[in-house]
Design a protein around this ligand. Sequence first.
Ligand code: SF4
Ligand code: SF4
Length: 316
Amino acid sequence: MTQGKGLIFDIQGFSVHDGPGCRSLVFLSGCPLRCGWCSNPEGQELRQRVMYRTSKCNYFNRNCRRCISSCPYNAVVKTGVVEQPITIDVSKCNQCGHFECTKACIYEALALAGKWMTVGELMEIIRRDMKFWGDGGGVTFTGGEPFHQHEFLLEVLKTCKAEFIHTSIETSAYVHTEKFLNLLQSVDVVFTDIKHMEPEMHLKGTGVRNDIILKNIRALAATDWPGLLVIRIPIIEGYNDTDENITATAEFLKEINLDIVNILPFHCMGDSKYKQLGIQYKYSDHTGPSLEKMKHVQKIFLEHNIGCFIGSNTPF
Ligand code: SF4
Ligand code: SF4
């Protein structure tokens, strides 16, 4: 937390796929994983990010050069390319905390992802949204990895609990076990991924091994915590969609007495965000798995007596 504040890179309303009922989604910045397929790259680091939307840029239309002259580090450079008139030299850009370029861009082609907020400021937005949730809704904390801003999150969760606001969290579970179990006492529904059962493959796909993640899932499943734990698996063709890996996941869930899984087909909707950040997206030419493939994966779970929901077709 920076002076009692948390970094939030997005807040969305009216979600019906991230917990029961209609919900507000709060995206917290910072994540210890680096999944190649991540659809929220602007939230991976615990810092504000400059994003560049070429479609809004008036470099050629109106001869705008405002961002170039505004940067004290000469990090904004012209490219001479019509499709992308300017680019930001990331190595130089990292030196600046004032984001003069985004202030200079009156056309909103350069915009800042991420806003530092106090618990009170975030709670004000959550309370404002409450009237749109209807019965059974609430707030879901996602990211990034919400635990990355543990102190801030804990304070927000405690405030929600005190105000009887239903809470869900989407977490990688890559966090110290004690912190994980303690914080979740203030949460009603937990969604956590198992991206691969094999430690080396997990490391290859996400940048970290899965030991802590599996340990935490096992630990939470063994407690008397009264909430709902839903395991999610992003199905990435050529990475984790083999029968062997899906069977190993099903066996793990059976072993720890979990009976629900939600499988999510990979989509490359994050593609434009990578372009806006000026970074390479490893998965830009990947297509998602076919429905046939998803049903095949579902069948394996069902054969293990594990309820398996595909995509957003869930009761939660
Ligand atoms: S964020 Fe700062 S250093 Fe980076 S391009 Fe903008 S003005 Fe320059
Ligand atoms: S200030 Fe904005 S509109 Fe102007 S050149 Fe820079 S990015 Fe494009």
